[in-house]
Design a protein around this ligand. Sequence first.
Ligand code: GLU
Length: 489
Amino acid sequence: MKKIRTRFAPSPTGYLHIGGMRTALYAYLFAKQKGGDFILRLEDTDRERLVDDAATRIYDSMKEAGLVYDEGPDVGGDYGPYVQSERRDLYTEYANRLIESGDAYYCFCTKERLDEMHKGGATKYDKHCMRLPLDEAKKRVASGEPYVIRQNVPTSGEYTFHDHVFGDVTVPYADLEDNVLIKSDGLPTYNFANVVDDHLMGITHVIRGVEYLSSTPKYDLLYRALGWEPPEYIHLQPIMRDAQHKLSKRYGAASYKDFINKGYLKDAIVNYIALLGWSPKDNTEKFDMNYMLENFSLDGLSRSPSIFDEAKLRWLNGVYIKELSEEEFYQYALPFMEQVEYLKGYDLKYLAGLLHSRCESFADVGDSKYFTEMRTDLDLSTNLTEFLTKFDSLTPDLFVHAKNKTNADVAKDMLPDLIRLTEENYGENLYPALEQYAVSKGVKKGAVLWVYRIAITASPVTPGGATEMATLLGKEETLRRLNVALGKL
Ligand code: GLU
């Protein structure tokens, strides 16, 4: 049996976007689960769209996500990906073969002529230059006249090919155009380079976006004209932002890196991306690379577009975050906490411990709406920013709590004891000390903790319990606040 070989063929025009990463992931999984090879090929022949560093950004994201490619040209002892602009001579050689066999022809039409033609209502090239005798065309080429090479597509009949997602697809030749194969700068277009490269690189399965589905008959014609066997095709449905719009840079974050920067974990992103167009037979939603390698199959690919749902990614990310150890969470969350002005000066490690179970993204640590969002069970007007800064607004009526039978008078009575208990037991012993105090007073634990919490935060809801807040504030600040509270009663 032939060794399975797939490829990912990005154009270096920016960061690796979610759609590209999904293609790369599926191609990687399909090859690797069958002991095959996964190839990376940089499609950089459209020189106007190139972006500096884009190639490096793409490799870095792939590497980070675990999508390691298998081979490529030697780049000083290591191997790099295949780069189309470095393979220019190859394409010329095969284009010349097509010219000789009549499957392609030189075209000298100027931009003005093409514009005229389109103005006159033509929707595709009119094969004007195909009628030139080859000898004459070659003379014009030799004289230095600018030219392109076009594919000669039949004008009648139809072509049927098989796709693993779309089944048998039939396209009338009349729908196709004599596309440019080699541009006037001598470089190939995608329409030609993909065929030459997929053949020379021994690609057995082409996995790519659906936008190439309707052009596939043209590619197959080229394979056949060159005496080659076309590969198998797997065209993927697009990822949408909603029913009308494709997910794109214009509509919010769309690159892998954007999501990392927004506080998502790479494993959660890759997991979620896998679900955008593929579902495992057992409908599992949370899985790792090993699971995907075992379970990925072309049968599970979706026949309809998928909608990118960031709320679902957030939820999944939250599940991954909860599985992190305290230390891991702290390490991931730290850079995000450090960017939050109002957290400066607090014990971030301790705060991370409080936030761990509540975050669905690391960026939540700095989101001022975070606590109101997370605690939908409560009618909150508070959030972390306010919690840390609103203490000054403490008023006696905040102590009123009907169920705990607490109010300003109760608070006034308790606070001197709470100050003493804090001085004596600040730290791990504070909580048991407050519990014991409640027993000695014959009140519910909640009544004491309520007074304590309000006294040091002026807030009915806080990111952690009363004593956790005390730890976060530090002994000195806790005592200062308890005393200020007492003074206000
Ligand atoms: N360079 C093409 C793109 O980025 C690749 C398409 C393919 O995989 O063949 O869309």
